[in-house]
Design a protein around this ligand. Structure first.
Ligand SMILES: *Cc1c(COP(=O)(O)O)cnc(C)c1O
Length: 325
């Protein structure tokens, strides 16, 4: 599949969202970067040009909840290059909700491309002290930020709440129904454990492998287990197994930490993009593909395995990195 048409999420209801998710293409990759394994990519970067990747799924039920509650504003927070801030601003503009983005630190003279877009989409940016930003997961945060008078729905950083997890569970259900071949493994990039845990609780036919993109200690594993416990699981094929066995996780490919972009990763990304024609982002999906490549080269994935990799979007974040020399 080489030509892919551009689609837009046009209306905010379950049926339209599921049909958009079902139309996301699966693309086989022919490349010597993955010796001995068959690699396919599910292109959720193509779900919508602006409300892209896993952030679209995390937002879906949050947007519905805002509408149902009669809230007129979504308030959320994130960093200067946040895919979540970008998607939230775009979704608010598309579906008629005001948006406010709480950003750590002082407003810089020149905004990042991400935050420029967000303002262009109509998001109001509110820059807060580091001290205040640190309180962002406390129930009284909006009060502390003096935003409690707004008729709003607060969505935590990254879309990491129950509605977000339920949206990713929907993605897992769609993957089960639309997978074009029977896969042996699903691989995903992890910033937290939400996408991993929610997929592990909804994809029953094959195990989910997470690739940590930052030095996170034990927190991603614990977070994934938390979401599996919250969402529950009905995976028949491992009835009785403990939830910690529902996924695999590797921390070998963070390449030095969050948003670190060493030459080996840059060169890999360049080779991959040239061979496949599929663009990646340096923070998440490049590390994910790099992990699959290294594991295949090292013989740690069994020969002939059919690997599905989730392209979780994030392409707007490419602008935060220097062009290749
Ligand atoms: C946010 C993000 C992730 C990580 O999602 P988690 O649920 O926090 O693990 C992965 N890929 C992309 C492109 C993202 O923007």
């Amino acid at each position: 599949m080489n030509s892919v048409s551009i689609r837009y999420l046009t209306s905010l209801d379950l049926e339209s969202f599921i049909s958009a998710a079902r139309a996301v293409p699966y693309q086989g990759v022919n490349s010597d970067l993955f010796p001995g394994v068959e690699v396919w990519i599910r292109r959720d970067d193509l779900l919508d040009p602006l409300i892209s990747g896993n952030k679209a799924y995390k937002l879906f039920y949050n947007l519905l909840a805002a509408k149902e509650q009669g809230a007129d504003t979504i308030i959320t927070c994130g960093g200067a290059w946040s895919n979540h801030i970008h998607a939230t601003a775009a979704a608010g503009a598309r579906f008629g909700l005001r948006t406010m983005g709480i950003i750590r630190g002082e407003r810089p003279p020149l905004l990042s491309a991400t935050l420029q877009d967000a303002e262009r989409f109509g998001m109001q940016l509110k820059f807060v002290t580091r001290e205040l930003y640190r309180q962002r997961n406390r129930p009284e945060f909006l009060e502390l930020a003096e935003l409690d008078a707004i008729n709003s729905l607060y969505v935590p950083e990254g879309g990491a709440n129950l509605a977000g997890a339920e949206g990713i569970r929907l993605l897992g259900e769609v993957i089960e129904r639309t997978a074009p071949i029977s896969f042996d493994q699903l691989w995903v990039a992890c910033g937290t454990g939400l996408t991993l845990g929610s997929l592990a609780s909804s994809v029953h036919r094959f195990p989910v492998h997470g690739v940590e993109v930052l030095r996170a200690g034990d927190s991603i594993r614990r977070d994934a287990e938390h979401w599996i416990a919250v969402l529950g699981t009905n995976r028949d094929w491992r009835k009785g197994s403990i939830p910690t066995k529902a996924f695999e996780l590797t921390n070998k490919y963070h390449c030095g930490g969050y948003a670190k972009y060493p030459n080996c990763l840059r060169e890999f990304q360049q080779d991959f993009e040239q061979q496949s024609g599929i663009p990646l982002d340096p923070v998440y999906t490049a590390k994910l593909m790099y992990a699959v490549s290294q594991e295949a080269i090292g013989g740690r994935i069994s020969r002939g395995a059919r690997i599905l990799v989730l392209h979780s979007g994030g392409l707007q974040g490419r602008r935060g990195f220097q062009p290749r020399k």
